[in-house]
Design a protein around this ligand. Structure first.
Ligand code: 6PG
Length: 245
């Protein structure tokens, strides 16, 4: 069962997400000595990432024990404006001088299938387990219902490979390759949290959460952690149809 939390504004969304990350990271490090977080891309989480450089987050999160990954990446170099790594690096990773050995970026600049294979190996190495179990995977959702880089009617959605954890996925509408976590890896996580903001997403949020189950069209519906916790944090605009019904 998903937890749906509605907050008043994008600023509140950022604060709620930063608190969620701080709580989870301290808990995971206390319990296991390390924490693994996969960041989502796009623009919604950027205010959260900036907030992590402020008190209390900068000092209270045990950064030296937090391993940072990405749930998807564009096929661009790490210093490209479009790179999800670049956005997080600039927002908090560089300002907090996080240890390089804890930052695990997807190599968007190399051959996509090879990048996917290498990333899957790195995840298995750092997390162990089969499938590896992230402490937290952050996700966004596009207005078309995609999440990570699982786009409607794309191969990673229509014909997923059973044991694959990271896929190279060609996105027709973008005419470009993406590297993405598969539903199998996402659904193995201990916590999966969507962060969604704005009225542009509100109809799709309603369809995904309250509409017909059609995951090939609405890949966000594929996200159902086996025994982890699924949370949707929405600002009021994104949640407007959920409450009006
Ligand atoms: C990406 C993302 C993608 C993103 C959604 C929402 O690489 O673009 O990972 O899944 O989370 O498209 O993007 P916005 O937050 O910019 O609306």
């Amino acid at each position: 069962m998903a937890i749906i939390r509605t907050v008043s504004s994008p600023q509140e969304l950022a604060r709620s997400a930063a608190l969620h990350i701080m709580g989870l990271a301290t808990e995971a490090v206390d319990a296991n000595g390390q924490c693994s977080i996969a960041l989502s891309g796009g623009s919604t989480p950027i205010p959260t990432y900036h907030m992590l450089t402020e008190s209390p987050f900068r000092d209270r999160i045990p950064w030296d024990k937090v391993h940072i990954f990405w749930s998807d990446e564009r096929t661009v170099p790490p210093d490209d404006e479009d790179s999800n790594f670049h956005a997080a690096y600039q927002s908090f990773i560089e300002p907090l001088s996080l240890p390089e050995s804890n930052i695990h970026r997807i190599k968007g600049e190399i051959d996509p299938p090879q990048a996917a294979e290498e990333y899957e190996r790195e995840i298995r190495q750092v997390l162990g387990g089969n499938p590896p179990r992230f402490d937290l995977i952050l996700l966004g959702m596009g207005a078309d219902g995609h999440t990570a880089s699982l786009f409607p009617k794309s191969q990673a959605v229509l014909t997923p490979k059973d044991t694959q954890l990271v896929a190279a996925n060609y996105v027709e509408k973008l005419k470009s390759w993406r590297i993405t976590f598969t539903p199998r890896l996402i659904n193995a996580a201990s916590q999966v949290t969507f962060l969604i903001s704005g009225k542009g997403k509100s109809q799709r949020v309603y369809q995904v959460l309250a509409g017909r189950h059609q995951p090939e069209k609405l890949p966000a519906q594929l996200i159902k952690p086996e025994d982890g916790r699924l949370t949707w944090v929405l600002d009021q605009e994104a949640a407007q149809y959920l409450h009006s019904g």
